[in-house]
Design a protein around this ligand. Sequence first.
Ligand SMILES: CC(C)(COP(=O)(O)OP(=O)(O)OC[C@H]1O[C@@H](n2cnc3c(N)ncnc32)[C@H](O)[C@@H]1OP(=O)(O)O)[C@@H](O)C(=O)NCCC(=O)NCCS
Length: 178
Amino acid sequence: MTREIMIRAATAEDALCIGVLGMQVFLDTYATEGIRNSIANEALQAFAPQAIARLLAEPGVALLVAECNQHLVGFAQIQLNARHSMIDAVNVAELQRLYIQERFTGSGLGYRLLQAAEHRAARDGAALLWATVWDGNARALAFYPRRGYALLGAPTYTFQGETHGNRLFGKTLSLTPA
Ligand SMILES: CC(C)(COP(=O)(O)OP(=O)(O)OC[C@H]1O[C@@H](n2cnc3c(N)ncnc32)[C@H](O)[C@@H]1OP(=O)(O)O)[C@@H](O)C(=O)NCCC(=O)NCCS
């Protein structure tokens, strides 16, 4: 089986598969102690096809998907023009999700999608791309610094009434050909 992976902009037809892929990667990454109500609610709400369809329709959000043999294996979600209280620059964008299906990790796809996300944000005029990573996500905490991201702060993140420690990473962008 060939494993040629193409990265492209998502379309409205991708909502269902992005939702299910997102739920799978979300649970793999954050449900590290099993399932509790807050995790279950977040997974069902955040990745419902209707929620993803709404994101796809938002002009300020860009979604890129990685496709292999007509299957989605990863995606990146960028909020264009998203300031952060710990970042002074004005024209910045947030990488809200960078999700690779577990079987497709460790072969450079995360880096490819990250580069595509950086290019998309820079094309929109962003001078910096930032992302927050959960303290418990050791793999992602190592991934961003190796890709040129600097640690900019340690904010907290609240979902479903729970507050968790995060790390804020950012990288200055320059517009280079894709
Ligand atoms: C964090 C995440 C995005 C990284 O994606 P990935 O596809 O595994 O990342 P890469 O393959 O580009 O890089 C990881 C490692 O793979 C290996 N790798 C990279 N390119 C490779 C290649 N061409 N061939 C073989 N191995 C390679 C390297 O060991 C690399 O480590 P390095 O940084 O020391 O070089 C992915 O693990 C993921 O989706 N995790 C779950 C969700 C998550 O935590 N997202 C981030 C927070 S939103």
